[in-house]
Ligand binder design. Sequence first.
Ligand SMILES: *Cc1c(COP(=O)(O)O)cnc(C)c1O
Length: 428
Amino acid sequence: MILSNKKFDYEHIWHPYSSMINPIPCYTVVSAKGVYLKLHNGKKVIDGMSSWWSAIHGYNHPILNKALRKQIKKMSHVMFGGITHPSAIALCKDLIFLTPKKLDCIFLSDSGSIAIEVAMKMLIQYWQALGEKRNSFLTIRHGYHGDTFAAMSISDPENSMHKMYNTFLPKNFFAQSPVSSFHGKWNENDLASFIEIIEKKQTQIAGVIVEPIVQGVGGMRFYHPTYLKKIKILCDLHSIPLIFDEIATGFGRTGKFFAFEHADVVPDILCLGKAITGGTITLAATISSRNIANTISSSKAGCFMHGPTYMGNPLACAVAQANIKILKTNNWKIQVANIEQQLLKNLLPLLNHPNVIDVRILGGIGVVECIRSINISLIQKFFIKNKIWIRPFKNLIYLVPPYIINSKELTQLIDVVKESMHNNAFFI
Ligand SMILES: *Cc1c(COP(=O)(O)O)cnc(C)c1O
């Protein structure tokens, strides 16, 4: 039964970034609890990925489950056009409370990529309302903002997605990404390329968009907070709105509730996703300043033109609110600080390993940059054998474990990663 299901999956189902002819093997997970994923053969593995940064409180959390059950008894969904409901209101109250005062108007949507599309559409309409045609965005290299077209168009141009869809993608401006690392010294030269573009192209730029501090799957880079501070000043100087993509970093992952707090700057639009429901159901939010919302609303169009079918889904809103409640009661700050301490103590020494270029740690994120690309299916076999789940990409192995992971479980994750470095067959 299980084998034939696996075969069906292999032959009929696409997985993320996969081939239908020669996909890398998939592992069947039948249930999950806490930090453990249970495989079809009964084996339990420790999840080092939080299902792509989202399951921050672990799986099958009783409070998240309870929120879902409570909501499902009332309704699973109702359209958001012309209708509102208590779960959306309660969640948005929390989000307004958690975000800086300037961020005042919330657009709920289905996924991170859509939250980015929404932010970009908002700024196109914002400039139309001001009587200007601005159709380009300024961002930095090594970014990642999602897989839909506009989101791809501002993601790193060197990666293959741009190459594949280039003929169809809107053209945007890319400044060099900062070289000054988060913990290193600030180098003013990092700004040169950004300054040049914003000065030359300012009448074309509808907005600047970056991932604050941590560039995620575009390279897992942690850059200097001064960079963020200075681009905020430059945006203000040229009256260009600034979008922060906190889809990966929001809700405590970097040790601050939002990564932009490391630089003490506030954007004009904030995009949230991933951990917003604690890894339960898809939901995202685009939160803008009152000024942007009002400018769009007072335009000739008179409204913002977006409205997904499942906008403000009550189940997602209810569970997102419960997620925020758990963050408070669990004391996420201490949880993340403990993970950081242990990564520093146990993962950082890999710096000296001949197969390793760099080890970077910030909050609940640990990154091992290897000398060569990794043979993903081979290394995953080794990881599973040693009861951990990690999905590397390119030459990067990264850990973003659930905040609830204990020190013994984290030791196991780190030790297995360390051991894997000794096997040259894992590197292509
Ligand atoms: C994952 C991610 C997105 C896209 O979110 P989806 O929910 O996968 O569409 C956008 N930006 C960043 C920084 C992300 O990590």
